[in-house]
Design a protein around this ligand. Structure first.
Ligand code: GLU
Length: 283
């Protein structure tokens, strides 16, 4: 039986203009798909309504087109799908794997100051688990009183439901063992946003049939957690390719604030799409 063609995606957050680092990432995904007659999807990860702006979404599409990249099917815009993310949260909550967390950042810092040094995970200090201990009655009364809360994944309980350790396939490297516990009880729905990056990205990759996730190596630790969510939800495991991050002359990774490497700045300076593709480099 012939292997089905690859489906890749580029999934930027519209918090600024695309720069050379994004072009590098988009080109890797686009070439991986187009080289094999596969599908290349564009997804806009805009659940954080305070940081994302529609004009940046329009600019992303325009810049990619200018570069010569085309995508298959409609663009998925995450902010239109909160009900679907809610459905995943409900499924996990129904299995007792989520709990409401009422702590503020200051509460967490205070808690750690009392216990000792806060261990850090890939997303910052590990949550000390304070609200995991609350009784159902206490949770209900705080919610009824209108206290804002996030929803955290009970990682130990989640891992206990799995039959085998988790791993993923890194292209060119083979199987890589996962350690989702290093995130601690991660937030899956924030107080101010009823979802989170980790939740939406895994849901959407599964929904959209993504078979190869290409993204920067800064997101490699997140894959451990994404594999846990996939296993809990019975979603298929894509292959992963975490590519290097482009750096500027100062050796630091390119960021949206470095206006000089924005694709539209290069375009306005007279660079052609071919030149910009060459600057964005190979994987
Ligand atoms: N939206 C993420 C970002 O812009 C990328 C997500 C991913 O590729 O998994 O950093």
């Amino acid at each position: 039986m012939a292997a089905s063609p690859v489906t890749t995606r580029f999934a930027p957050s519209p918090t600024g203009f695309l720069h050379l680092g994004h072009a590098h990432s988009a080109l890797i995904a686009w070439r991986a798909a187009r080289g094999e007659g596969g599908r290349f999807l564009l997804r806009i990860e805009d659940i954080d309504r305070t940081r994302c702006r529609p004009e940046f979404t329009a600019a992303i599409e325009e810049d990619l087109r200018w570069l010569g990249l085309d995508w298959d099917g409609p663009v998925r815009v995450q902010s239109g799908h909160f009900a679907e993310y809610r459905g995943v949260l409900d499924a996990l909550a129904g299995r007792g794997l989520l709990y409401p967390c009422f702590c503020t950042r200051a509460d967490i810092a205070r808690e750690w100051a009392a216990i000792g040094q806060a261990p850090h995970g890939p997303d910052g200090p590990i949550y000390p688990g304070t609200c995991r201990q609350l009784s159902p009655a206490e949770r209900a009364s705080r919610i009824a009183a209108g206290q804002p809360y996030a929803l955290r994944l009970d990682v130990a309980a989640s891992l206990a439901t799995l039959g085998a350790p988790l791993d993923f396939e890194e292209v060119g490297e083979g199987r890589v063992r996962c350690d989702p516990a290093r995130f601690g009880d991660v937030v899956l729905a924030r107080k101010e946003v009823p979802a989170s990056y980790h939740l939406c990205v895994t849901h959407d990759d599964a929904l959209q049939g993504v078979t190869l996730v290409t993204r920067g190596e800064d997101l490699r630790p997140a894959t451990d957690l994404h594999r846990l969510l996939q296993a809990l939800m019975g979603w298929p495991a894509p292959r992963y390719r975490h590519h290097r991050l482009l750096t500027g002359p100062d050796g630091k990774r390119l960021a949206k604030r470095d206006g000089a490497v924005a694709l539209r700045a290069l375009r306005e300076a007279g660079r052609t799409p071919e030149e910009v593709c060459a600057l964005a480099g190979e994987g």
